[in-house]
Design a protein around this ligand. Structure first.
Ligand code: NAD
Length: 246
């Protein structure tokens, strides 16, 4: 692993354009549980994937909102702070590189850390747009109403997160950025959720160097030339010490 770490530090240092794909493991060091932990969470006898599901939203919007609020406490963006991993990416950008952050997270922490190019592939927790008339509503409004309804037309709002069963609207630009980059860096994702999990293999096919930092091995580890199975925060500190930001 040390060999991979030095090689990764060198590759980052040399890269002009880095495409990052981040997952829930990016934010565990900020205190937000990842999917595996959240998966243990049962609300009204429904699993995480059953709740965060477009069919359930349409079948029972009130039940959906109760369970959704319970899972996410609807205040992630306000109460949590970016960690060293988020800051490392912002620092790479400050150092003059282009860093395209493709994130599966809905917590807004990449923006908060100062990254300027962030594609929130699974949407964001902090807004809800009316499906009927398009009126946007902010987090305060969502927190104030148990079952938030549009202030213009009374339609029950759907949060601006991509639910299971919905298309991922930004997936094509994400693939395009990944194949244009000279390094694809995956941080904290089990790579279980499609179609986003197909992005690294596509980048590799296009000749982009692919690296992964994840605590546990994933079923797609074979795609990556550079692998570090460790925490993101500690690894970013080591990469810094090895000159990745020079
Ligand atoms: P996942 O939970 O399936 O996988 C997270 C991976 O990160 C795991 O393999 C774990 O070993 C690793 N990990 C955990 N902490 C780590 C650390 N400190 N350093 C390095 N690796 C670490 O997450 P996923 O692949 O993003 O898929 C989960 C889905 O659930 C996504 O679609 C996402 O939208 C959603 N989700 C989002 C959040 C969030 O916004 N923070 C939280 C939970 C779930």
């Amino acid at each position: 692993t040390h060999e991979h770490l030095s090689a990764l530090a060198h590759t980052i240092q040399q890269a002009q354009h880095i495409a990052v794909l981040s997952g829930a493991g990016m934010s565990t060091e900020s205190g937000i549980p990842d999917f595996r932990s959240a998966n243990g969470l049962f609300t009204r006898d429904r699993s995480f994937a059953d709740v965060v599901n477009i069919d359930y939203f349409y079948a029972d919007p009130a039940g959906f909102w109760a369970a959704f609020k319970e899972i996410f406490k609807l205040k992630l963006a306000g109460n949590y702070e970016p960690n060293g991993g988020h800051r490392f990416l912002a620092e790479l950008e400050q150092g003059g590189k282009r860093v395209s952050v493709l994130t599966q997270n809905i917590d807004g922490l990449h923006h908060k850390a100062g990254s300027s190019e962030v594609l929130e592939l699974h949407g964001t927790l902090v807004k809800a747009t009316c499906l009927q008339c398009g009126t946007p509503h902010d987090l305060d409004y969502l927190q104030q109403h148990d079952v938030p309804q549009c202030r213009q037309c009374d339609e029950i709002l759907k949060p601006d997160v991509v639910l299971y069963g919905e298309a991922v609207p930004l997936v094509e630009p994400a693939f395009e950025l990944a194949v244009q980059a000279d390094l694809m860096l995956v941080l904290g994702s089990s790579l279980e959720v499609g179609p986003v999990n197909l992005i690294p293999r596509e980048a590799r096919r296009a000749g982009v160097t692919c690296a992964l930092i994840n605590l546990e091995p994933t079923h797609l580890d074979y795609v990556f030339e550079l692998l570090v199975h460790d925490r993101i925060g500690a690894t970013c500190d080591k990469l810094r010490a090895l000159g990745a930001l020079d």
